[in-house]
Design a protein around this ligand. Sequence first.
Ligand code: ZN
Length: 211
Amino acid sequence: MFEEARHDVWVYARKMWEANLVVASAGNVSCRAGAQHIAITPSSIPYETLQEEEIVIVDLASGNAVDSLHKPSYELPMHLSIYRSMPDVQGVVHTHAPYVTALSVLRKPLPPIIDEMMIYFGGTVEVAEYAFTGTDAVGTHVVRALGDRSGAMLANHGNVCIGRSLQKAMHVAITMESCAQVYLEALKIGEPVTLPLEAISAGRRMFEERR
Ligand SMILES: [Zn+2]
């Protein structure tokens, strides 16, 4: 009964790795698997060898793995916090993409400097307060930093991207890395100019229609 969710997580985990948003077994991907479960990448299995059947199914209420070969990702508490507090979210992607992670180390939010950032992120990508990897506090801080947008950075760590499908969450992750690169390159030369207010409002309307 969980085949479709396992397949989707496997496909997008491989995409994340192939897009160089993570290396080895870093980062993680999850999606809802029915009303009471989520499917999530396992802990410490390299993407290169990851098989569909190794994706872990977790009971959303208890946080316990069911019917699975491996332990769930170490960052499971963060995924659980998001699904429990945001009923519309269907997919979550957590990356250590290099440019995004550089910004997270600087603890510098990513402001809207390109139209598509408003359309896909819904506003400034904020940096969540620091918490040690794998703790419940990561989830609490991330939910707060996400607010009503589709992505946030984790201080000194990486980012988390959400969507009403796993495909949308992955699109946010890939777009955010390219925007973070532009922002950091521009910062080397001068002070990037944020979008005019009209563009911010128009982009936000499109974000709300499309997400
Ligand atoms: Zn991580």
